[in-house]
Design a protein around this ligand. Sequence first.
Ligand SMILES: Cc1ncc(C[n+]2csc(CCOP(=O)(O)OP(=O)(O)O)c2C)c(N)n1
Length: 582
Amino acid sequence: MSSAAKAKNKPQAGTYNGADAVVDALRAQGVELIFGMVGGQIMPVYDALHRHHCFGHVLVGHEQGAAHMAEGYARATGKPGVIMTTSGPGATNLVTGLADAFMDSTPVVAITGQVASTLLGNDAFQEADMRGITMPITKHNYQVQNADDLPEIFAEAFYVALSGRPGPVLIDLPRDVAVSPCQPRQATPMPPTGYKPPFKPHPLQVERALSLMAQAQRPVIIAGGGVIHAGAHESLRKLAELTGFPVSTTLMGLGGLPADHPLSLGMPGMHGTGYANLAIYNADLLLVVGCRLDDRVTGNVAKFSPGSKVIHVDVDASEIGKNLECQVPIVGDAGQALAQLLAGAQAWPERPDTTAWRKQIDQWKKKYPMVYPKSDDVIAPQWAIQEVGKLLAPEDIVVTGVGQHQMFVAQYYPFRRPRTMISSGGLGTMGFGLPAAIGAQMGAPERQVVCFDGDGSFLMNIQELATAVRYRVPLVAVVLNNAWLGMVAQWQRMFYDRRMSQSETAAPPYDKVAQAFGALGKRVERPEEFVPAMQWALREAKAQKLPVVLDVMIEREAKVLPMVPPGGANAEFIPCQSGDCQ
Ligand SMILES: Cc1ncc(C[n+]2csc(CCOP(=O)(O)OP(=O)(O)O)c2C)c(N)n1
């Protein structure tokens, strides 16, 4: 590095610089918490954080943890999660979390340090091209070239992350920009040129949708994560109740309508309820709201809902018609669209009669109930999840890892409110659960957070137990331990003639691991121990302000059913099995 460049890279004491502008910009956005890890190129900003000490920072064990914490925080609160890391490996460790946030439309702003502008492209120490790397997994990204641009860039970044279809935004900050003097300035949140997320549904499309709805005899509403993001759950419930249209909520939409609501069909798709899949298959009208109809939801698209007309509401126009042909596209905010459909339906002179349709659905509910094998000797994971559902309040938050336990939670936990189910839907990221639970618990300290994890998923970001202990995060982690990579093992048993290739785990005793980290832990082996252990965990987490880990030994070969075999049609699902656990 030249001596001129060296001088340029030194923080100048007493001078307002780019790092101060970053802190002021974060303050202007109302940021309360940052998840991150310090390192060489981001040190000027950490130094400014120290000097200003105006908001909280959570020092994580691994940057992937920071990204998932920010996601959990955002999903629980609706506010953007903020991440800060150094350049190179600190920044590349964010890739999985940013991709995860992108797939699940989670608003996150990541600030990454970068080598000085003079070194860019030189393979300098800890240089990684974060704009290039994150181009396809962020909604937008920036590399700051001038400290004077920082107020506008931050205002824009937060606006983009939160508006329209929410998502992750990355701001890459070369070190020389962070240390260069600039003027303190406020910027108003501005959309970048050419970025105009649509909010208002077109009235003619709403009218067309209403006329299809008025004629429907076998309607189904499919509600996705967009309903939760838009805070549209009340309009959804009212519309369903007014019209009598049954509602199926996707993994990301769980909590959009209470699970015990008479019109609730549960989840559609690969591990959806038989009755949701049959209703969708036999429907004559689908009203799809804030849902991208991915392959886990549709199965074989040609046989998803062959006889229905489709109304698709999405704030992202590119989602409409992407996976399923649609007769009435409505581009706009789910909240506004549902409110307008509700107002229109209220003005109907006469409502469609869906009695016969609902009777038919009730018969499917009786024929294909959600049941599972039970036992007095071994813990059925579905049962444990239902029991936790009885112990928690409706507004408490449940976070999951990825695998069988995630699907059991989606099927059996009685989600009653929006923003109570936090899971990695689109990317399916093992290791998401624990850090996301930490972020959610920090964002919503008044609500209890319970993380259901698998023994494989829990290990993937287990270092964040240290973070949870350090910041006294009173979450309860329930590790449903089958000593398998359970979901993989299920597929091997069902579709690979039980050739169990590399799916058996040898997880450490998680109760002891928890204790070693300074958390509380208990192993649970028998059904009669589970509820008292869970009550103990909830009580002690609160009393001691510490995370608690229950290592729960479950039935080893429990299967997630119903299941649509890969590539199959949803209506041709393998139904639930009851009886005794083996
Ligand atoms: C990071 C990552 N690696 C691999 C996978 C593939 N995968 C999906 S589910 C699963 C097994 C999960 O096992 P565990 O966490 O123990 O949960 P269980 O299925 O037993 O409930 C694996 C390996 C993944 N989803 N994410």
